[in-house]
Write a new protein. Sequence first.
Length: 313
Amino acid sequence: MTLRRPDGGRAVLVLGASGFVGGHVCGAFERAGWRVAGVARTRPATATAYEIHELDLVRAEPARIAQLIRDHRADVVVNAAGAVWGVSADEMDLCNRDLVQRLVAAGPPRLIQLGSVHEYGPAPRTGITESTPTAPVTPYGRSKLAGARALLDSGADGLVLRVSNVSGPGTSPLSLLGMVAGHLAGGSTEPLRLAPLLAHRDFLDVRDVADAVVAAAASEATGLVVNIGGGEATSVRDLVARLVELSGRDTRIVEAPVAGGRPPEAEWQRMDIVLAGTLLGWRPRRTLDESLRDLLSSAVRAAAPTMSASAHR
């Protein structure tokens, strides 16, 4: 495996730098010795050691993005921007498909596109390899697949990292695990009501994702999809139960169908991550227990100001 060394101050521009994954990606590059700059619609709530350019990437012209790349003298651009929850299908297309098209038009020296396991859609129990046919069944999965194709079909230098379900410190409260952790951290005595937890999914800590991005940026591999996951199918019900156990709270979980709700996109997921090991020298290092503990700790810290304010009313 041949690596591009960050010696001499190689530079990376991370799009979506104030987001859950993007923030961890910036930190991983900084620890690896890269010169880091980020792009985000709004600055993070806490100060960073690297520069953040405020820009609405969804509406930015390729020329503006190209100027940022030149200004930072970026060797690599990482696209960790995008839309997952709480937006329409049209907005997902703008954020997850059209943005990648404009990034390719901006001509980055190398582009690492963060894709999603949901680009595959329902998967066989034999596991998901990079050659597994893509048949996404949700607007999110379809928009992410279109973004991946925008890079791969262009012939530009870069990789698509198809990432599994992500957990760890800072997980969005709009996700299942983030919502559960927020409920537990908030001190509510009410039961936690969830849709039936029937799925088995592949989970990965966000810091392992960030390490994979750094490895991809430093590699010579190009024009490929690489799976980045935990390599195991884990019961979502067991994960939720473990979060409750780790919290030390006696919270009751109530599973009930949601009226008008859709079935899970994929009931069983396990990503084959052999190629990531061979091509990038990467493998996940953090256990799910470590990821869940740190998720809970971050949720407790996030809830602390709210709980403190309530106590003084």
